[in-house]
Ligand binder design. Structure first.
Ligand code: PLP
Length: 441
């Protein structure tokens, strides 16, 4: 070819949650008898959840409505009636806020919205990312910037709360930072942020002339008597704020692909408003996002069975996280935080307990050779090595913490299993495997 079309920055794109699937595929090719437990991905359908009947009924009814509108394109920025409904839904949780529907953008899954947000930032301007971070954020941000992400620490010894001193230090050290990303409730840690923490972040943003990005895709998944505090309400008239929400996590229909962006405070700053307009323009290039879930969005959330469904879902997630935390807390060398929201947990290995020579027995010769080859690289993070051995030994698929841009070594699991007995079996097996791995050298 006349030129090399491959992008030299591709190494900045990291999504181990899915990349690990290639590793699993290879193991299964080598040993078809290996049973895989997918604890790597936040998909309730994959974890055995039945689809609530009201959701299937709504989908069936919608596609039979005369006129067949759901088979066509919608407005490029999102179905107008649905965007108007989103402004009312926002008000339910943030009563002081009047959001104009023209400041709502619907995208084909929130992932597409996140990409658009970072894509439209002028080269060189940065959004401070949490560490650990949900990889789509840190990857898309760093890819757009053409450089490694700039990170602030979340503290596993303080229930994964943001280290605000570190956040401020990063803002001061990097004048190119123009915004702060919060993920609340958090993926990968399952933490929820307090009003006090959010107020301090707003104060920092205000003092340094920054905007805030708040990914709240899990804001309805909160338990253990915790409350979700709306930053939209707190930041009102204070700082420019982009809120990200979506359908994927509230009902078992992540394949429906529907997310949205809310742009708050566009009157506060002309430059911010210009940026928002540029993101709106970028979304036009995609013609429209998937139509069916856009038409259904208000009907799902307003359905009389929705809140009942959500209540039972949260109760189940609370119980799962309690069981997993109880089992894993008994493992020496591991720091475990109980999950308060979303459906993930990130146990961390204590400093120094992971060592390069550690292994687990792998009976199948082909699999053993493959894992030995994969782990021979001395640069492989030690938690990734653990995750590979765990997979080959037990079939349990988790994701290394280092793949979430974390300085702490550990692994992320989902707390989504539908069957409690199966959940206990999997996590007892995981606990024994960790003990075996740590004791192996
Ligand atoms: N934001 C966070 C924090 C997520 O965990 C996810 C998916 O797991 C997304 C965004 C993307 O969601 P969607 O399925 O709407 O693209």
């Amino acid at each position: 070819m006349r030129h090399n079309p491959s992008n030299p920055q591709v190494s900045l794109l990291r999504y181990e949650i899915r990349e690990i699937v290639d590793f699993v595929q290879k193991l299964q090719e080598l040993n078809p008898a290996l049973v895989i437990e997918n604890e790597n991905i936040g998909d309730p359908v994959a974890k055995g959840w039945p689809i609530p009947p009201f959701l299937k009924d709504l989908i069936r009814t919608e596609i039979e409505i005369p006129g067949d509108k759901v088979f066509g394109y919608t407005h490029s920025r999102g179905h107008i009636e649905t965007r108007k409904w989103i402004t009312q839904y926002c008000k339910r949780f943030s009563p002081s806020v009047d959001l104009d529907y023209e400041n709502v953008l619907i995208t084909s899954g929130l992932g597409a919205g996140i990409s658009a947000l970072y894509h439209m930032l002028p080269k060189g301007l940065r959004i401070l990312q949490p560490s650990p971070s949900y990889p789509t954020h840190a990857s898309m941000e760093s890819f757009a910037a053409g450089a490694d992400p700039i990170l602030y620490k979340l503290d596993p010894l303080n229930n994964w709360q943001p280290d605000l001193a570190d956040m401020e230090a990063q803002i001061v050290a990097h004048p190119e930072v123009i915004g702060i990303l919060l993920i609340n409730p958090n993926n990968p840690t399952g933490a929820i942020y307090s009003k006090e923490t959010l107020e301090k972040v707003i104060a920092l943003a205000k003092a340094h002339g920054l905007m805030i990005f708040s990914d709240e895709i899990y804001f309805r998944l909160v338990y253990n008597d915790m409350n979700f505090v709306s930053i939209t309400e707190l930041a009102h008239e204070q700082v420019p704020l982009v809120v990200m929400r979506g359908l994927s996590k509230d009902v078992p229909w992540p394949g429906g692909r529907c997310g949205w962006l809310e742009f708050h405070g566009t009157h506060l700053d002309k430059d911010y408003k210009d940026y928002v307009d540029s993101v709106k323009k970028r979304v036009l290039m995609e013609v429209c996002s998937v139509t069916l879930p856009q038409f259904l969005l208000p009907k799902i959330y307003e359905h009389p069975d929705f809140e009942t469904w959500l209540h039972s879902y949260n109760a189940h997630l609370e119980e799962n996280s309690r069981i997993i935390a109880e089992i894993l807390s008994g493992v020496k060398g591991l720091t475990v935080n109980r999950t308060n929201g979303a459906f993930y947990m990130m146990p961390i290995f204590e400093e120094g307990v992971l060592k390069p020579g550690q292994t687990l027995p792998i009976e199948h010769e082909g699999v053993r050779k493959f894992v030995e080859e994969k782990t021979a690289n001395p640069d492989l993070p030690l938690d990734k090595r653990f995750v590979y051995y765990l997979l080959a030994n037990t079939g349990i698929c988790s994701v290394p913490a280092s793949s979430f841009f974390s300085p702490h070594l550990g692994f992320r699991i989902t707390t989504l299993d539908y069957h409690p007995d199966r959940l206990k079996e999997i996590y007892e097996k995981l606990a024994r495997a960790i003990e075996g791995y740590l004791a192996s050298c």
